[in-house]
Design a protein around this ligand. Structure first.
Ligand SMILES: Nc1nc2c(ncn2[C@@H]2O[C@H](COP(=O)(O)OP(=O)(O)OP(=O)(O)O)[C@@H](O)[C@H]2O)c(=O)[nH]1
Ligand SMILES: [Mg+2]
Length: 217
C-alpha cells in the first residue's frame, strides 16, 4: 500500500519536472522570437478575461497581440477576446484544472510567432492547480477580486509567492460588499514582499494604467 502511494508521488514529480523542461523550451522560443509573455492565473470569475479585454483595447494598436485562453470545456473566453480583433486560440483542458507547458507548446505550434509582439495566456480559473505548472512565460500575474472575500489571498499563499504581479480586481464593489482592498494588498505583500500589487476595476477602468505600466507594456 505504502509503495503505491510513493509511486504516485514519484509519477507526479516526474510530470512536474517534465513540464518544467517543456516550459524552458517555450521560454527560449519566445525569447528568440522577441515575444513578451504573461501567464494570467487567478480565481474563477475574478476578472481575468475582462481585464484582458480592456488591456487589449488600449494596446492593440501598439503591439501585435496573441491570446491563448485555457478553459475546461468552453470557448467563451476565446470568443470574447477575438471580438477585439486579436489572434486568439482556445485550449480546452478537459478534466485538468490548469494549463501545462505541454498544452501551451501545442497551442504555440498553431500560431505564427513571427507575427506576435505580446502573448497573453489566460490560465484555467483556479487558485491552486496552476501553482504546480510553470508555462515558460516572462511574468506570472495572479488575479483575485473582492467578491472572493477578504481572506482569499491568505488562504492561497503559494500562487502569491511565485507570481510577479498581483491584481486585486473589482474595487468598484468595495463599498457594496464591504471588503477592504488595501487590507488584501497588505496580505499579498506579507506573503511576498517582492510582489507588485495593483488595485483595479475592469468595470470602471480604475487602476488600468497602473497595471499596464506595472507590466512594462
Ligand atoms: N463589478 C465588477 N465586475 C467585474 C469586474 N471584472 C469582471 N467583472 C465581472 O465578473 C464576471 C467574471 O468576469 P470574467 O472576466 O469572465 O472573469 P474570469 O476571471 O475571466 O473568469 P473565468 O475565466 O471563468 O475564470 C463578469 O460578469 C464580469 O463582468 C470588475 O472590475 N468589477
Ligand atoms: Mg476568463
Amino acid at each position: 500500500m505504502m509503495e503505491d502511494r510513493f509511486s504516485i508521488v514519484s509519477v507526479e514529480e516526474d510530470l512536474i519536472r517534465a513540464n518544467e523542461n517543456v516550459a524552458e523550451e517555450i521560454s527560449s522560443l519566445l525569447t528568440e522570437k522577441g515575444i513578451r509573455s504573461f501567464d494570467i492565473v487567478g480565481a474563477i470569475g475574478a476578472g481575468k478575461t475582462s481585464l484582458l479585454e480592456r488591456i487589449i483595447e488600449r494596446l492593440k494598436k501598439k503591439y501585435r497581440i496573441a491570446v491563448i485562453t485555457g478553459d475546461v470545456t468552453t470557448r467563451i473566453d476565446a470568443d470574447r477576446i477575438s471580438r477585439h480583433g486579436v489572434k486568439t486560440l482556445q485550449i480546452n483542458t478537459g478534466r485538468e484544472c490548469a494549463l501545462t507547458a505541454f498544452f501551451l507548446k501545442e497551442a504555440l505550434g498553431k500560431i505564427d510567432l513571427n507575427d506576435v509582439d505580446v502573448l497573453f495566456v489566460e490560465n484555467v480559473g483556479n487558485l491552486i492547480c496552476p501553482a504546480d505548472y510553470v508555462l515558460g512565460c516572462d511574468k506570472r500575474i495572479v488575479v483575485v477580486s473582492l467578491t472572493e472575500g477578504p481572506y482569499v489571498i491568505k488562504k492561497h499563499p503559494l500562487l502569491f509567492k511565485i507570481s510577479d504581479i498581483a491584481v486585486i480586481n473589482k474595487i468598484d464593489l468595495r463599498n457594496i460588499i464591504e471588503v477592504n482592498p488595501e487590507k488584501m494588498l497588505k496580505d499579498a505583500l506579507e506573503i511576498n514582499p517582492d510582489l507588485k500589487v495593483v488595485l483595479t476595476s475592469a468595470k470602471t477602468e480604475e487602476g488600468l494604467d497602473d497595471l499596464i505600466s506595472t507590466m512594462e507594456l
